[in-house]
Write a protein that binds this ligand. Sequence first.
Ligand SMILES: C[S@@+](CC[C@H](N)C(=O)[O-])C[C@H]1O[C@@H](n2cnc3c(N)ncnc32)[C@H](O)[C@@H]1O
Length: 276
Amino acid sequence: MRVFVAAAVCLVSSAAHAQFPFDVPFVPTPPVVVEEILRLANVVPDDFVMDLGSGDGRILIAAARKFGARGIGVDLDPDRIEESLYSAQLQGVSDRVEFQQADLFKFDFSRATVVTMYLLPSVNMKLRPRLLRELKPGTRIVSHDFDMEDWQPDQKSTVRKNVFLWIVPARVEGRWRTTVVLPAGERSYDIEIRQKFQEIDGLARYGDRKVAGLWNPRLRGDRVSFVIVDDSGSLDTNLYFEGRVSRDAMEGTIQRGIGRDQQQLSWRATRVTGAN
Ligand SMILES: C[S@@+](CC[C@H](N)C(=O)[O-])C[C@H]1O[C@@H](n2cnc3c(N)ncnc32)[C@H](O)[C@@H]1O
C-alpha cells in the first residue's frame, strides 16, 4: 500500500514538474489522517504549528479549530494559498492562522513548536539537517507517510496511513562536569556523552581514574535522564539524574535511593567540550 502511494505521488510529481517548479505535488491528507497527525503531535493552544507545503491548509485549520493553536502554512502554489485563506475564513480561524506563498527550503522554521509535513522521502532528507539545527529542542515534527531514514521516529502510528513523530533532541554530545554533594562528601564527575539523534550513551569518570556507567540514558527534547551508581557509602546507591539541557549547561535534580531512604539533591553540569 505504502509503495503504491509513494509511486503514485512520484508519478504525479514528475507530471507536476513538467508544469510547475514544485518539489511535491498537491495530494491532500485525508481527514482521519489529519486527526491522527494532530493527536500524535499532542497539539495544545499554546502551540505554533507550521505546515511545510500546506496545500489547501487543512492541517493548520484543523489545529486552530480543534485545539485553538496558532500557526502558519507555507506553499509555493498561489492557488493553494488563496484556497487556504478562504477556507480559514469560512471556518472562523483567520485570526489564528496565516498562509504565505514561499519556498519551504528558504523559510525560517525557528518559530515552530510543531512542524507538520506531507512531502516526499528525498524532500524530508533534504530538510532534515535544517530541522535538527534550527528547531528548538522539544519541537514535535510529524510527517505523513514518509520517514527520515536513520533518524528513528519517537513514535509511529498507522491509521490507514503511516504517521511518524520526532521530538527534536537537544545537543548533549561531549564532555560535561558536575560536582554533587553526597552524604560522604563532594564528588566531581566528568560525564562523557555520545549521541546519535535522540539516542545517547556515555560514562562518568571520577576520583582517581574510576569509571561509572551511565545507565538508562534517555533524551527527549531538552529533558535528559540517566543513572549513576554511587559507591561512596557503605552500600552502593543509585543516583537518578534528571535535568534540562540548555546550550552549555544541564541542571535538575537527583533522587538518591528510593522510598524512605530517598534523598533529593540538585545538580548542574557545565559543558567542557562538545558539539555546539
Ligand atoms: C502532498 S501536498 C500536502 C498538502 C498538505 N500539507 C496536506 O497534507 O494536506 C504537498 C504540498 O507542498 C507544496 N510544495 C511543493 N514544493 C514546495 C516548496 N518548495 N515550497 C513550498 N511548498 C511546496 C505543494 O504545492 C503541495 O501543496
